[in-house]
Ligand binder design. Structure first.
Ligand SMILES: CC(C)(COP(=O)(O)OP(=O)(O)OC[C@H]1O[C@@H](n2cnc3c(N)ncnc32)[C@H](O)[C@@H]1OP(=O)(O)O)[C@@H](O)C(=O)NCCC(=O)NCCS
Length: 161
């Protein structure tokens, strides 16, 4: 499912079943599988917005709230929350449900940033996304604060390590 703004994608929802190949040592879905789904949903949303090839430049704030079980119906929702010059910031939420009951529970959340690139892998400008609703404006401000605090924390960690 896709939500659009001026003909461009601003939100994408992927739905599928967690398969036995996604299993970890404890019989649940392993974190790497969840991160791959987040990357895929973020990619579809980012490239759908800018219409260009994109690469992941940053993933942060990932929180695994609850495990996902094999056979669960999984829903991965990526939503554009901020655009910079060449970057597109998405908030991603993963939810899961027993397909017999369809009661979805939030399992994972994070922020993922993609950069649009040209055919030589260099960053290129993306169309500006303008938040319209109060909720979109709040999300944009939160994304800006998250990016600024994340960059500062990264710099401190790099200089300390
Ligand atoms: C993504 C890439 C092309 C960016 O090139 P670069 O020369 O580092 O470009 P810049 O420093 O100008 O950064 C580009 C954008 O990324 C953003 N960015 C960089 N680090 C960031 C971070 N930690 N958090 C959020 N945004 C970040 C910059 O703010 C900039 O956004 P803006 O133009 O909207 O302001 C390059 O780093 C790259 O190829 N990385 C590897 C990508 C990859 O292999 N991903 C995994 C597989 S898809």
């Amino acid at each position: 499912m896709q939500k659009k703004h001026s003909g461009k994608t601003t939100e994408i929802i992927l739905r599928f079943l967690a398969e036995p190949t996604d299993i970890n040592l404890f019989g649940k879905v392993h974190g790497g599988a969840v991160m791959k789904w987040i990357d895929q949903a973020g990619y579809v949303c980012a490239t759908g917005w800018c219409g260009l090839p994109c690469v992941t430049v940053y993933v942060g704030g990932i929180r695994f709230h609850k495990p996902i079980l094999i056979g669960n119906l999984v829903e991965v929702r990526a939503r554009l929350v901020y655009t910079g010059k060449t970057s597109m910031h998405m908030r991603v939420e993963v939810r899961a449900a027993d397909p017999k009951k369809k009661h979805f529970t939030r399992t994972t959340q994070c922020t993922i940033v993609f950069v649009a690139i040209d055919d030589r892998g260099r960053p290129v400008d993306v169309p500006k996304w303008e938040p319209c609703t109060p909720e979109e404006k709040r999300l944009e401000q939160a994304a800006i604060r998250f990016m600024e605090s994340g960059k500062q924390a990264d710099e401190e960690m790099v200089s300390a390590f």
